[in-house]
Design a protein around this ligand. Structure first.
Ligand code: XBP
Ligand code: MG
Length: 255
């Protein structure tokens, strides 16, 4: 007997021949699966600055600017340099120390279950799985918090491949994280869709050859996302993003 998810007409893991579907969908995490940045990472960075005695504090506006630098450690080092808090050599060492503390603090936030998925994300992932579409993650964030967060947001077994910032030498907008995700999936880019929220994320996915849907949020609404196949403000509005809709996007972008 084959299992079915509620509301699904397809057995789990089997693609319907009637629908055009991607073989896999690779999701970004921060800003895409959940709005982690403003009230999550930013707060943890500020707490880490206090714990480590570093003279920085990031308000919402400043943090939004700094999101142009991907990677928490790299973001702290860039701010230390730019604000003249420390010279170059010290900036990297202090950034590494602050980032270790920030990561510990953010793991605690994740484990308390305080972060919810963006509306419609869970339904989309359930629909993909119900139709046998494989689900992966490619993020520049650290595995220590990414794995528990993704399990909390989507369920323990929802994601097959998780590529984190720890796994690559160069962070987004470099395509390395997406290329590694494709390699681990054993797929080329043709049948795969990326879902991102930001300009640097879109650049990374496109450079890996992926058709990309961008779902913006208030911190990325001003980003240049001209290269996206589709740009939306939400997963659940004006119509829910579904497995079939992502298949149509892929077919439309690759006739
Ligand atoms: C996310 C990031 C990360 C997070 C913080 O970018 O740049 O650095 O802001 O996480 P994307 P870490 O969504 O494009 O992957 O502190 O673990 O780096
Ligand atoms: Mg993102």
């Amino acid at each position: 007997m084959s299992s079915r998810l509620p509301g699904s007409s397809s057995p789990i893991g089997v693609q319907s021949p009637l629908l055009r579907l991607p073989q896999a969908v690779v999701f970004d995490v921060d800003g895409t699966l959940a709005e982690t940045e403003r009230d999550g990472h930013r707060v943890a960075f500020n707490e880490a600055f206090t714990v480590e005695g570093v003279d920085l504090h990031w308000d919402v506006e400043r943090y939004r600017e700094l999101l142009g630098v991907t990677g928490g450690r790299e973001r702290v080092a860039a701010a230390l340099r730019e604000q003249g808090v420390l010279d170059d050599g010290d900036a990297d060492a202090v950034a590494a120390r602050v980032h270790r503390t920030k990561t510990e603090l953010f793991v605690d936030v994740v484990r308390r279950g305080e972060i919810d998925p963006r509306p419609g994300v869970r339904d989309l992932v359930d629909d993909l799985r119900a139709h046998g579409v494989r689900v992966a993650v490619a993020t520049t964030g650290r595995r220590a918090w990414v794995e528990p967060l993704v399990a909390h947001l989507l369920g323990a077994d929802a994601v097959e491949i998780t590529v984190c910032g720890d796994d690559v030498a160069t962070l987004k907008p470099d395509p390395e994280a997406y290329l590694l995700a494709l390699r681990l999936l054993g797929l080329d880019a043709d049948g795969v869709v990326a879902v991102e929220d930001s300009g640097p994320g879109l650049a990374a996915a496109r450079a890996a050859g992926l058709v990309t849907v961008v779902v913006t949020n208030p911190d990325t609404a001003h980003h240049d996302v001209a290269g996206a196949a589709v740009v939306r403000e939400a997963f659940d509005r004006p119509t829910p993003l579904t497995a079939g809709a992502l298949g149509d996007v892929l077919a439309g972008a690759r006739p």
